[in-house]
Design a protein around this ligand. Structure first.
Ligand code: PEP
Ligand code: MG
Length: 896
């Protein structure tokens, strides 16, 4: 196909209807659809994504026939517009843009005013009787072309502009005279000659076009495009289309202008036109944030007729696409043109609100509404805000560009942000304005602050897409990159100082201001109810305290899927008891520490049972990899040596004695720690091995569970304990522990004269357990897949150490995804499927769920749905995300 010159690589807008975004890119498909539906779209043509793919397949050569077809189609555009490409008397000018199937805002490059040269600029000036407009367009084109197509650093052009602007009274580029513009053009061309080693700016419009198309294709493999695709899991091989569209001009005087608008507010979802507009300007002025635009409503006063047409178009476009639209438009001499429409990027709050309201407006049905809201959007809704009780020192206020509150150390360049982010530091990226080159820094930062730019500036759009707090256009801020600080109202904030960003209100606060959990509104509840109507998977939570259990239940958890009992020991006095237990040197010591542990275990279990009244609670017996609980060996050695030093300095017998006591005690502890120390604790004395070695430990825990269960049931509540045995690899281990559980449970219930319904099951988190699931099932009432350990042991990948090389594996695409984040379906997933099959072959009604971290991740949830698990369990704040993801899984895999 790619060698076939007859193959169709290029489409006119009016030929593209229904060809779809895979072939024409999102932008191209939209323009084609709009053209066919009669919207005022300037005519143009589209080079397909297939052409881009062929370009990469064949050593960056245009596929045969593509260039000829492009020229022929351009002829059609000439007919439609009555203008000729390269004709000095009546020149056709075009824009060249990229556009993949999936919108990648700011990722790819755009060239405007292509076709201008020394001859056509004069023609344009004569035709429009506007010499200034013509030369202004020309200087913009040369700079853009130089930067995007010929890789000339843009600072070179900025410097010239600044030098000339300094000679004007107002420093406003609208005030430049024709002579000044010509001076700028000459300087720009000279720069290009010197930066391209003599090649220089091409005067031939066809050569300009050919180079621009190549540049769009090339930018598909540029760093920022690759970074964006990796973050958003977009494949590299889908390619970009190229849109070539006849230009219309918003900079033809006071009856012209340009703007960007959303049909609804992209931050809140409110049904009200929301956008920005600039009189006498071209599109890039709005997006780049170079001039501060005015709110869209103001357009009503300056261009009433065009505004009326525009609002009508907005309504029709929303109805046509049944979704909130993000529309770029230009008014040329009072005539409105729609340049682009796409589904508007929105915050989590806006996503939920528009989806729910559009159902009420009968624009979409509930299923569509559910699928419109992504799990990430729900996650975003659960973002933090500034604690209303906190004392704040407000540095300044900017635009509330992307909601959520975050704290971090100020940094001024993306590389430092990335470096510090990788080192685990929280940073806030502060820029005069951002550009796509800053993307990796934005990824690493907790939040973004810019001094310039509006709500549709690069920083705002990208941050919203990433769900990161962003304050944009904080005009009082003056960034001094040289000295690595910013000034605001007489104060200076330096690199490394802490600030807090409130992206929901636009506030910039000094220091680390406390933040609070978000509250959720009625629309959110409605959407969650709809999700619950369609999902099949139940959603439980991983919670270890009554407090977490309460939060999770409020978020809709249908029980606890994993209560890690070792997590109940993280508080200091409890930790001491566990340590003592682990290090016990004899049975008497063990029993005495177990006796100390029992009451607080019972108290916690009772609290959890109360919170989960009527819902199942899976309690896992102790599974502490010992290194998480023992004092560090190195630490003890250094403490011992410090004590020895201080002994030499003691002045009195009394203090010497006391230090000696401490030394003996430390030595004893050191000996014990050395006795228990393991080279590989993750595969050491943990899981059910502990309970098998120390049956009294199991007895103590089961006693605590059942004493609590009897007590809470006695208060009239419904208690459904499920006792879970960890890290089982043979049926024998489970059988032994199960027997202990039964004996102890019966004993305690007998003592209380109460019967509690309970079950005993196991984690499946080792490959052997998955493979022998049939045998294990004979002793189990349920299975819960521990995909954290199952991933660790199946991939031979340490949970603690993999981070160091995982990024490398991801970069090299050895792993498509981080297997600790999303289930490795080919490996770990296969083991789970085997276990499900073999377990159910023995016990068809065996209850099965997942409690590894994957239980809160959308793709893993879909996998769990597809293999017929009963529930997923995840951390409390992921519960709503999992509810929605479970609904998506059910909708996407609907039979019929
Ligand atoms: C697991 O291994 O997936 C699991 C849930 O247990 P933990 O993370 O506590 O080892
Ligand atoms: Mg585990």
């Amino acid at each position: 196909m790619f060698q076939n010159r007859e193959y169709k690589w290029v489409y006119l807008f009016d030929e593209g209807k229904g060809k779809g975004s895979e072939l024409l890119g999102g932008k191209g498909a939209g323009l084609s659809d709009m053209t066919s539906a009669g919207f005022p779209v300037p005519p143009g043509l589209l080079i397909t994504t297939e052409a881009c793919n062929s370009y990469y397949d064949y050593d960056k050569q245009f596929p045969e026939g593509m260039w000829t077809q492009t020229r022929e189609m351009l002829g059609e555009i000439e007919k439609k517009t009555g203008k000729l490409f390269g004709d000095p008397a009546n020149p056709l000018l075009v824009s060249v843009r990229s556009g993949a199937r999936i919108s990648m805002p700011g990722m790819m490059d755009t060239v405007l005013n292509l076709g201008l040269n020394d001859a056509t600029v004069e023609g344009l000036a004569k035709l429009t009787s506007n010499e200034k407009f013509a030369y202004d367009s020309y200087r913009r084109f040369i700079a853009m072309f130089g930067e995007i197509v010929m890789d000339v650093p843009k600072e070179n052009f900025h410097r010239v502009m600044e030098r000339v602007l300094a000679q004007t009274a107002t420093h406003n580029d609208n005030e430049l005279t024709v002579e000044q513009l010509q001076e700028i053009i000459t300087a720009f061309k000279r720069i290009i000659v010197s930066e391209t080693h003599g090649i220089g700016f091409p005067e031939d419009p066809y050569e300009q076009l050919r180079m621009a198309i190549s540049a769009v294709f090339d930018s598909w493999m540029g760093r920022r495009a690759i970074d964006y695709r990796r973050i958003n899991q977009i494949p590299d091989n889908i390619g970009t289309a190229v849109t070539i569209q006849s230009m219309v001009f918003g900079n033809m005087g006071e009856t012209s202008g340009t703007g960007v608008a959303f049909t609804r507010n992209p931050s809140t979802g409110e049904k009200k036109l929301y956008g920005e507009f600039l009189l006498n300007a071209q599109g890039e002025d709005v997006v780049a944030g170079v001039r501060t635009p005015m709110p869209i409503e103001k357009m009503k006063e300056s261009l009433p007729e065009a505004f009326k047409n525009f609002t009508e178009c907005c309504d029709r476009l929303e109805e046509y696409y049944c979704d909130m639209q993000d529309i770029e438009f230009t008014v040329e001499n009072n005539v409105l043109y729609i340049l682009q429409t796409r589904s508007g990027k929105r915050t989590g709050a806006a996503s939920v609100r528009t989806a729910v309201e559009m159902v009420h407006e009968n624009l979409i049905d509930k299923e569509k509404a559910l699928l419109r809201v992504s799990p990430e959007h729900v996650d975003q809704l659960l973002h933090r805000g500034i604690d209303p009780k906190a004392k704040v020192d407000e540095l300044t206020k900017g635009l509330p560009a992307s909601p959520g509150a975050a704290q971090g150390k100020v940094v001024f360049d993306p590389d430092t942000a990335e470096e510090m982010g990788k080192a685990g530091e929280q940073v806030i990226l502060v820029r005069q304005e951002t550009s796509p080159d800053d993307f990796h820094g934005m990824v690493a930062a907790q939040a973004i602050l810019t001094a310039r730019g509006g709500m549709t500036s690069h920083a705002a759009v990208v941050a919203r897409g990433m769900g990161k707090p962003c304050v944009a256009g904080a005009g009082a801020i003056n960034v001094d990159y040289n000295n690595q600080l910013f000034h605001v109202d007489g104060r200076s904030i330096c690199k490394g100082d802490w600030i807090t960003i409130d992206g929901s209100t636009g506030r910039v606060l000094l220091g680390k201001v406390p933040t609070v959990e978000p509250t959720l509104d009625k629309n959110f509840e409605t959407l969650m109810e709809w999700a619950d109507e369609v999902r099949v998977l139940k959603v439980r939570t991983n919670a270890d305290t009554p407090h977490d259990a309460k939060i999770a239940r409020e978020f809709g958890a249908q029980g606890i899927g994993l209560c890690r009992t070792e997590h109940m020991f993280f508080q200091e006095e409890r930790l001491a008891a566990v340590r003592k237990m682990i290090l016990s040197e004899n049975l008497a010591e063990l029993h005495s520490t177990l006796a100390k542990m029992l009451p607080f275990q019972r108290e916690d279990f009772a609290g959890i049972f109360k919170e989960m009244d009527g819902l199942p609670v899976t309690i896992r017996l102790l599974d502490p990899p010992l290194h998480e609980f023992l004092p560090g060996h190195e630490e003890l050695l250094s403490e011992l040596s410090e004590l020895k030093t201080s002994l030499q300095n003691e002045q009195t017998m009394q203090t010497m004695d006391s230090t000696l006591d401490k030394i003996y005690e430390k030595r004893r502890l050191l000996r014990q720690v050395e006795r228990m120390r393991e080279q590989n604790p993750m595969l050491g004395l943990r899981g059910c091995r502990l309970g098998i070695l120390y049956p009294d430990l199991t007895r103590m825990q089961v006693r605590a569970i059942f004493e609590a269960a009897c007590e809470v049931q006695g208060e009239g509540k419904k208690v459904l304990p499920e006792i879970m045995i960890p890290l089982v690899s043979t049926a024998g281990e489970l059988a032994l522990q199960k027997q202990l559980v039964h004996e102890t449970a019966e004993k305690v219930m007998g003592e209380h004269g109460v019967t509690v319904n309970y079950t005993v099951g196991t984690m499946i988190e080792l490959p052997r357990a998955a493979l022998t699931a049939g045998k294990i099932a004979e002793h189990a009432d349920f299975f819960s897949f521990g995909t954290n350990d199952l991933t660790q042991t199946t991939l031979g990948l340490s949970r603690d150490d993999a981070g160091r090389f995982l990024t490398h594996y991801l970069d090299k695409k050895i792993y498509e995804d981080d297997p600790f984040q999303t289930i490795d379906q080919e490996g770990v997933g296969e083991l789970i499927k085997i276990a499900v099959e073999r377990g159910r072959a023995v016990k068809p009604l065996l209850k099965m769920g997942i409690c590894g971290e994957h239980g809160g991740e959308a793709r893993s949830i879909e996998f769990c749905h597809n293999i017929g698990l009963e529930y997923v369990s995840c951390s409390p704040f992921r519960v709503p995300v999992a509810r929605l993801a479970a609904a998506h899984a059910a909708l996407k895999n609907k039979v019929g």
